[in-house]
Design a binder for this molecule. Structure first.
Ligand code: GDP
Ligand code: MG
Length: 206
């Protein structure tokens, strides 16, 4: 039992290894990176998502259509270009959503729940920014293993292939986790190493 379930060390986030990540044989590499920083895997499964699941996943946050559209249009502007489809963020995201459904229903994905201090922020940091070309730093999963760009994906009318989904905020994580996992698919258990990562004092070593 958790003595204080609101302790920040119990923060949880959702990660989905997208079909390109599975095809690139990156399941182990992705898990290794989140594991080695000290996060705890509390749920994992493989599935082929339905179109309906994918659409709901991306529209759980009513702001997603606006925020993602604005982000994409700005990425074009930063290169002195106009977005090829529209200047209206919602139109841009409408197209992105269609391509995301094709992308995520094209094969099995691995969905995971990771738990630990600042899980959402830490996982995003290790994952890297959305566009592998520009915003995913070297050293991050997207920066190290993906080569895609908005210009590439928009030219070919498909989604940016960036290996993973990772919740963007605590609110997003709290909405997304129950969308992908039933309560009994998430496990509450202790890892002995937590005493070293979170213990208030390092006792019992000597
Ligand atoms: P994330 O949280 O970093 O995954 O990014 P978003 O939530 O903004 O977008 C969701 C997913 O949509 C991304 O991971 C990409 O696969 C895809 N995507 C985002 N922006 C674009 C875009 O401008 N063009 C295309 N083709 N796909 C995009
Ligand atoms: Mg997102």
């Amino acid at each position: 039992m958790k003595t204080n379930p609101n302790h920040p060390k119990f923060e949880r986030t959702l990660v989905v290894i997208k079909p390109d990540g599975i095809q690139r044989s990156l399941i182990g590499e992705v898990i290794k990176r989140y594991e080695q920083i000290g996060l705890k895997l509390v749920g994992i499964k493989m599935l082929v998502p339905t179109a309906d699941m994918v659409e709901k996943h991306y529209t759980l946050d009513p702001q997603w259509r606006t925020v993602t559209g604005v982000k994409t249009i700005k990425a074009y502007e930063a290169r002195g270009l106009k977005h090829p489809i529209s200047q209206d963020p919602k139109v841009v995201t409408g197209v992105i959503l269609k391509t995301l459904i094709d992308y995520l229903t094209s094969g099995p994905v691995v969905a995971m729940v990771w738990e630990g201090a600042h899980a959402v922020e830490i996982v995003r940091k290790l994952t890297g920014g959305t566009e592998p070309r520009s915003s995913a730093d070297v050293g991050t999963i997207r920066g190290d293993y993906a080569i895609d760009s908005y210009i590439m994906s928009d030219t070919d009318k498909r989604s940016v292939r960036n290996i993973l989904h990772a919740s963007g905020s605590v609110k997003e994580a709290n909405d997304e986790i129950p969308h992908w996992f039933a309560k009994n698919e998430i496990f509450e258990y202790k890892l002995l190493v937590e005493q070293i990562i979170y213990g208030a004092r390092l006792e019992g070593i000597l």
